[in-house]
Design a protein around this ligand. Structure first.
Ligand code: HEC
Length: 413
């Protein structure tokens, strides 16, 4: 596709997606908050579960949660579903614009799995369908009554699919697909369970019949799941900015830990509204997980194999630590960047897919190379997420040479 057209499509769809997502997640967090702040006074009428008083936007809001009396359906009655549907539809469109229309460029790294674009797309879409079927069948079955067991199975499944996807896709495509899987579960909950459950209740009320509370309770359980999914999914949606997570060789473990930590933080926050003491525990859990991942993602000196490759490639000395870094001349670093990076990262790229400098990152002058040294190190040395899918075939020795140039001060001599 024409790169300018693709960029604008991306922009419009992403903009829409973020707004829809804010409306959906925002209202769902707000309803959980309401639920947790209901107060049932002594003068509560029959059928009332509680009320909340709020002040916002220059007025007082009085919200009462109550059961509907048969035959008395209020008009208009507001439903919340289009936020969810719009988020999914725009999210799936974005997946197509960014990952599927571009063929395999963003999806496949031959060093991870040498698959065709069509196979990759089939795996991507298939993973959404299979995951929803697994999750929905599990929770609709008798096993779904055993909440702890089913929650553990769901968590294990998500970790498993993360492992599989990080072994067939590039790290960032794998992460986004895990996000899309969870997002699909959330929207599936709204579409197939929550809204139909509520429709049954509303239909019964309208017909003046006493209603069966079971579908309502099931809908509420799926709502709770969505509540726990929100924090993990929001991290995944912004994870593309963090190559130290998706670009790490343990990327599936990192994502697993962050997902569990985010869900736990949500859990502590949910219960902290009634048990205030849990708030420090929630912050401590999140902080501990992030600190652990910070340590895990710290770059390590290259293994013995890489050092040998260095010597074989004519570079001097093995890397042991910062103190013994052998300086590399700029000319050496520049030659590598010219060969391996500027096919994409230049004012006029020569790459067949990327015809404008990706992420606005140009590396075609010495000053630009120097100014971006830190980002070059992160992308091409520490995480190896660049060159993109290693399209230009950079070698490990060249990565280490770039790293040494940057470690010794990224000077232009
Ligand atoms: C085949 C094309 C291609 C090649 C070759 C390539 N890159 Fe990239 N690069 C990309 C794309 C695409 C992105 C944008 C990724 C994104 O949207 O996050 C990018 C983004 C970047 C970024 C910016 C990430 C950020 O902070 O937003 C840096 C830095 C980078 N590349 C460095 C390099 C270096 C260094 C090399 C050579 C060793 C290289 N790239 C080779 C395609 C390429």
């Amino acid at each position: 596709m024409d790169p300018l057209l693709s960029e604008w499509l991306n922009l419009i769809v992403r903009w829409f997606h973020v707004i829809a997502g804010i409306m959906w997640i925002g209202s769902s967090l707000f309803f959980i908050w309401l639920e947790n702040h209901l107060v049932k006074g002594p003068d509560a009428k029959p059928g009332e579960e509680g009320e909340v008083m709020m002040v916002h936007g220059g007025g007082y809001w009085h919200v009462v949660k109550r059961k509907l009396q048969p035959g008395a359906l209020p008009e208009p009655l507001h439903w919340f579903m289009w936020e969810a549907y719009a988020t999914w539809l725009s999210g799936f469109s974005l997946l197509m614009v960014v990952y599927y229309l571009g063929g395999k460029a963003f999806l496949v790294d031959p060093a991870i799995a040498d698959i065709s674009g069509a196979v990759a797309i089939a795996i991507g879409i298939g993973s959404l369908v299979v995951s929803w079927l697994f999750y929905d069948t599990l929770w609709a079955s008798p096993l779904g009554e055993k909440t702890k067991l089913s929650a553990s199975l769901t968590a294990l499944y998500l970790l498993g699919i993360t492992y599989v996807l990080t072994h067939v896709f590039t790290g960032r495509a794998a992460y986004i697909h895990v996000g899309a899987i969870i997002g699909t579960m959330m929207v599936g909950n709204v579409w197939a369970r929550i809204i139909p459950g509520q429709r049954k209740i509303v239909a019964a009320v309208k017909a003046g019949l006493a209603y069966d509370p079971a579908p309502g309770l099931k809908a509420r359980m799926r709502s709770r799941h969505n509540n726990y999914f929100t924090y993990p999914v929001v991290f995944i949606m912004i994870s593309n900015h963090f190559p130290s997570t998706y670009g790490n060789e343990w990327n599936w473990v990192i994502l697993g830990v962050l997902m569990v930590a985010a869900a736990l933080v949500k859990h502590f926050m949910n219960i902290s509204e009634t048990f205030k003491a849990w708030l420090p525990a929630s912050l401590a859990t999140g902080a501990a997980a992030v600190l652990a991942m910070y340590i895990i993602t710290a770059p390590r000196p290259p293994a013995a194999g890489a050092a040998t490759a260095n010597i074989a490639a004519g570079s001097h000395g093995a890397m042991v630590s910062h103190a013994t870094v052998t300086p590399v001349h700029f000319a050496e670093a520049q030659a590598i960047i010219k060969q391996r990076c500027t096919t994409c990262h230049a004012a006029k790229p020569t790459d067949d897919t990327f015809t404008v400098a990706p992420a606005g990152m140009r590396l075609d002058t010495p000053e630009l190379i120097q100014a971006n040294a830190g980002r070059i190190k992160m992308q091409a040395v520490d995480t190896k997420t660049m060159p993109f899918a290693n399209k230009t075939g950079i070698t490990e020795a060249e990565r280490q040479t770039l790293g040494r140039w940057i470690d010794s001060g990224a000077k232009l001599d």
